[in-house]
Design a protein around this ligand. Structure first.
Ligand code: ADP
Ligand code: MG
Length: 738
């Protein structure tokens, strides 16, 4: 399994790395501790979680193989054991142990020099990683944790070396050795904790199988051959290939219980597919020939022959993985805050360390005591935990979202979601299914139903609007032949018009009829109004200036809508609807759903104005739409949510995409946002609060009370705070969004 994830988790990075022509110097980022990590986007080190720093572009683009070479988590363990072995003799000769246990190590000439040699090995061999890492931080002009540790151990080592050769008695070798040993094991434990928390991307990558069963050339042809029986196709030849060898158009066999290796279309067979990990939908979906399948979903009891339509980077799953990676790299407000805090902490530590040194020397303490305090201050101030506090939570919450069918495209949008006061839903296609059916046809005097339908369908034959589709479907059902039209034109938010024969004809709402000077006020006030009050969308058809008749269409309110609005109400959030449909229809839908507010007869270009209006009243507005004319409103809103089935435009302008097109997922977004925020604040507290409390103690503020902090103990606390932050982040996974 381990192999498996390594293999796939790099797909992502590789994508970026495959385009060397786009690489600009300074665009590359590396981990101070793991120089083998080199990628274009900033973010945190996949190995240890440290913030990546800018770096020179690599001489050669790293390949999968190179990356694996660097995965030596155990390096730290080896260095730790060696350091530990050397620390024991150093400890035996240290004054603390001698004093504490009344032990007297046999003295021999040159024992001080032996301590110096052992200390030097520990410093260069064990501490070397920290020194080189600090060098990388400084080269990137981003002094951070490694810089602090390097200054600390160099100060301790330099001081001790000086004392050894100047013939003094007190060195800091045992403190130096224990500090480095603790730092090494601490970093090893941190790496494990961080990898546990950072498994988000890997978890998704693990959904993909390694191998696929590809039908060979002859059998592929057989699979496409309609005359051959299904069973005989299954018996045809197949070979097992790594999924990297799959090509679009290949036929693959998906056996019962197996994972779908690539996005594709079912050619043969029927089965129930479990797509829960991708869509969050726990009920298996029944799929048959012609239906699409998603890579990573799990096949039920039937065998399927699937034609591959999308592979690798283009699959739905790869898309999600990219989103998670982007979300990890895109910095939220809190992240920027904590980054800045970490930077200042490093500076405060250096200044604080210097002041500690001067104050103790000024107070008449010896250099030994003063340097020891400085080392403790520098170690305790390490901002590692602070640097991790937010990104770990961010990555877990993005994955949690993805697993619940919420694709977070912009982290800021998710962060903003907890402050939302009002959710503005688009009506057609969002609160309703957007699948209209013709309910009734009302011809004017001297016209027939057939005439009304024929004219409406003819004009709408070039329209993609859900209303147009319904009218066309009805015309087809009734075998009505269409008239030829010319000069077709859409009238956004109102309808459509075209030239039919000698006259201009139009189909659309009352506003469009008014534009055409079609007058039938009594008519509108009568039958039509009655239908609209029952929630039917009524469109009118006119030719010349004469009203030919009207068509009432019915849409279905999504069953999930009502529940979503109820849940929002419980959360103290208002719900509103915005639609281009008539006042009466809007009122009816609003009543059915228990909406707090609605805006009717809103033209597409006015939708974003309504959002602005609400924002000017001091509200934080979420806009939910399918993108058919609401993209500007999605952009204007504080949180734009696109319904997955909608157009690509909407997905581009939205901060969050709902894979299942279920309005019931809106309360989930808000819950996820609130949970995430609380976790982030908790983590900042654990990471920074501890620094603030511990730094004065490390500086010796409680010396008068007999409390001093040994550098190695400081290192234990420092690592502990990182581990707490990582564990606290992981606990977010346990929360349910339901
Ligand atoms: P919504 O805001 O509910 O998504 P639109 O802005 O797309 O609705 O359309 C508003 C109104 O314009 C519809 O309710 C309908 O009356 C009319 N309309 C729009 N397009 C068409 C069309 N192709 N055929 C008939 N009527 C249309
Ligand atoms: Mg719409």
């Amino acid at each position: 399994m381990n192999n498996n994830h390594c293999h796939h988790s790099h797909h992502n990075h590789n994508h970026a790395n495959n385009k060397p022509d786009e690489v600009k110097p300074g665009d590359w980022h590396t981990c101070p501790m793991h120089p083998e990590v080199i990628q274009e986007r900033p973010g945190m080190c996949p190995i240890c979680g440290m913030a990546l720093v800018p770096a020179k572009p690599p001489k050669k683009i790293p390949t999968e193989h190179d990356k694996h070479k660097g995965h030596k988590k155990t390096d730290f363990l080896v260095k730790f054991y060696v350091t530990l072995a050397l620390t024991i003799p150093i400890l035996l000769y240290s004054d603390v142990i001698m004093m504490a246990f009344g032990w007297n190590a046999p003295r021999f000439p040159g024992v001080d020099y032996l301590m110096f040699v052992l200390g030097s090995v520990v410093f260069f061999y064990g501490g070397g990683v920290f020194l080189t890492s600090a060098y990388r931080e400084l080269r990137a002009r981003l002094p951070g944790m490694m810089t602090l540790i390097a200054i600390a151990i160099t100060a301790a080592y330099g001081f001790s070396a000086y004392v050894t050769f100047a013939g003094g008695a007190h060195t800091l070798f045992w403190e130096l050795a224990t500090l480095i040993a603790v730092m090494l094991i601490g970093h090893y434990i941190e790496m494990r904790a961080v990898q546990g928390a950072k498994g988000a991307l890997r978890e998704l990558a693990r959904l993909l199988p390694d191998m696929a069963e590809k039908l060979t050339q002859n059998s592929s042809a057989a699979a496409a051959d309609k005359t051959q029986s299904y069973n005989s196709k299954l018996k045809t030849n197949s070979e097992i290939v790594p999924i990297s060898e799959l090509k679009e158009g290949d036929m693959v066999l998906v056996r019962p219980g197996a994972k779908v290796p690539a996005d594709g279309k079912i050619i043969e067979g029927q089965s129930e597919l479990n797509e829960s990990i991708i869509t969050g939908e726990s009920k298996p979906a029944v799929k048959k020939a012609g239906d699409e399948v998603i890579a990573g979903s799990i096949n039920g009891d039937g065998s399927l022959i699937v034609q591959v339509t999308k592979i690798g980077e283009n699959t739905f799953l790869a898309g999600i993985m990219r989103l998670v990676a982007e979300a990890e790299a895109s910095k939220s407000r809190l992240q920027m805050l904590s980054d800045r805090a970490a930077f200042y902490l490093a500076i405060i530590a250096v200044v604080g360390g210097l002041m500690t040194l001067l104050v103790w020397l000024f107070l008449g303490k010896d250099a030994f005591f003063a340097v020891e305090r400085v080392v403790a201050v520098l170690v305790i101030a390490c901002p590692h935990a602070l640097g991790l506090a937010i990104p770990l939570v961010a990555s877990i919450s993005t994955t949690m979202g993805a697993k619940n069918g919420l694709l977070v495209r912009r982290r800021l949008a998710l962060e903003e979601a907890r402050n939302i006061n009002i959710v503005l839903f688009d009506k057609t296609g969002t609160l309703t299914k957007g699948e209209f059916g013709v309910y009734s046809i009302l011809p004017s005097e001297n016209h027939s139903e057939e005439e009304v339908l024929r004219l409406a369908a003819s004009i709408n034959s070039r329209s993609e609007h859900p209303l147009a589709k319904a009218i066309l479907a009805k015309a087809e059902e009734k075998n009505i032949s269409l008239a030829s039209i010319s000069d077709f034109e859409r009238v956004a938010g109102k309808g459509a018009k075209a030239q039919v024969g000698d006259s201009l004809a139009a189909v659309g709402n009352r506003d469009l009829m008014a534009d055409f000077e079609v007058r039938a006020d009594d008519y509108f006030a009568g039958k039509v109004s009655g239908l609209e009050k029952q929630g039917k969308t009524v469109v009118h058809v006119a030719k010349g200036r004469e009203l030919i008749g009207s068509i009432a269409l019915a849409d279905m309110i999504r069953p999930e809508s009502k529940d979503a609005i109820k849940k929002l109400k419980e959360m103290g959030i208002r719900s509103a609807m915005i639609t281009g449909d008539s006042e009466d229809v809007a009122k009816w839908v609003a009543g059915e759903l228990g909406l707090d507010q609605y805006f009717a007869r809103v033209l597409p270009e006015e939708k974003s104005d309504k959002v602005k209006l609400l924002q000017e009243q001091g509200m934080k507005v979420a806009m939910v739409g399918d993108g058919i004319n609401d993209a500007p409103a999605l952009t204007q809103s504080d949180l734009g949510v696109a319904i997955g089935a909608g157009t690509n435009v909407a997905i581009e302008s939205a901060g969050i995409v709902l894979v299942k097109s279920d309005p019931g997922d809106i309360p989930k977004i808000i819950k996820l946002s609130r949970l995430t925020y609380v976790k982030m604040i908790q983590n900042i507290f654990w990471a920074a609060g501890y620094n603030i409390v511990a730094m004065p103690i490390a500086a010796g503020a409680l010396y008068a009370q007999g409390i001093v902090l040994n550098p190695a103990v400081a290192a234990v606390f420092m690592s502990l705070s990182t581990v707490i932050v990582a564990i606290n982040a992981v606990l977010l996974r346990r929360r349910s969004l339901g």
